[in-house]
Design a binder for this molecule. Structure first.
Ligand code: MN
Ligand code: MN
Length: 294
């Protein structure tokens, strides 16, 4: 990685960390989830970054991919609230998450996810295997009597690409692939009171452009031009509704039919266990750099 790119990652990481700190302060009983999401996205822009994906706030048994629609009416109450955000600076991404227990009922879930991340960060580095990272996470979470979510994982990050090789597991997969200098990876343990598996549930509000095809319809073309400005990073319906109103759903339906967008429905724990998450983005060097830590 050249020095200019490295500086972009460092900047994206720092803005992610600052936006996460800001967001943590907004998650309070009685606050609106939609307003909180929009304030955090505004903060990211003020800090000089752009959202690498829509801010995700997933409550209780929802593990990931919950992103409010324009008319979302959820108000925080006695919930376990996971805030997951990403910031990019010219395509270099920082991805970070934190869970707040407003219910007071699940202190161990929060601690297990955070401790698992801490243990993984203690061992991460050049030559460490993916299986070793997964084992550190699994053992730590199991030590709290909880389960890691096995079908969610951390991931490699590349320019304008938030999910690439390698897959960074949350359990011991015995994967012997080693981490290499110059890789950027996100480590993201999920701890649950449930079985440790998630499945898709409900309608997607998060999408990603995955193919280029000729589009004839002028409405769809207009919306597609905005979607192309996200450079292949995920986006949400809310961003488009703000600009295009009712045209949005028409265009999204057509793009889905054409196979041009991938949809990401909310991921829910299969036994309705509550799920806590912690996440940092790390630059693998001889001395690994935790990019999203203040
Ligand atoms: Mn994330
Ligand atoms: Mn991630």
């Amino acid at each position: 990685m050249d020095d200019e790119t490295r500086q972009r990652y460092i900047r994206a990481g720092r803005i992610s960390a600052e936006a996460l700190e800001y967001g943590k302060g907004l998650i309070k009983k009685g606050s609106s989830l939609l307003e909180t999401t929009e304030l955090i996205e505004k903060k990211i822009l003020e800090l000089g970054g752009k959202p690498a994906f829509p801010v995700q706030i997933s409550c209780d048994h929802i593990a990931a991919h919950y992103c409010p629609e324009q008319d979302d009416s959820v108000v925080f109450g006695n919930q376990l609230v996971s805030l997951d955000l990403g910031v990019h600076v010219d395509g270099a991404v920082g991805d970070t998450a934190y869970t707040i227990d407003l219910s007071g009922n699940y202190p161990d879930a929060v601690k297990a996810a955070q401790q698992a991340l801490a243990e993984a960060l203690k061992i991460v580095g050049v030559g460490v295997t993916l299986g070793e990272i997964g084992k550190a996470i699994q053992d730590t979470i199991a030590g709290y009597g909880l389960a890691p979510v096995r079908n969610l994982s951390g991931h490699g990050i590349d320019i304008y690409n938030i999910h690439t090789e390698p897959t960074v597991p949350n359990c011991d997969t015995h994967d012997k692939t080693v981490l290499r200098k110059g890789q950027v990876i996100a480590i993201e343990p999920f701890a649950t009171t449930g079985l440790g598996m998630v499945q898709e549930s409900g309608a997607a509000s998060v999408f990603m452009l995955v193919a280029k095809k000729p589009v004839r319809n002028p409405i769809t073309r207009e919306v597609l031009r905005r979607i192309e400005s996200y450079e292949g990073l995920p986006f949400c319906r809310r961003w488009l509704v703000r600009e295009f109103g009712q045209k949005t759903n028409y265009a999204l339906r057509e793009l889905a039919m054409l196979g041009m967008i991938e949809q990401f429905p909310p991921l829910v724990e299969v036994k309705k266990g509550v799920v806590a998450q912690a996440e940092h983005t790390v630059l693998i060097e001889e001395e690994p750099v935790v990019l999203t830590r203040l």
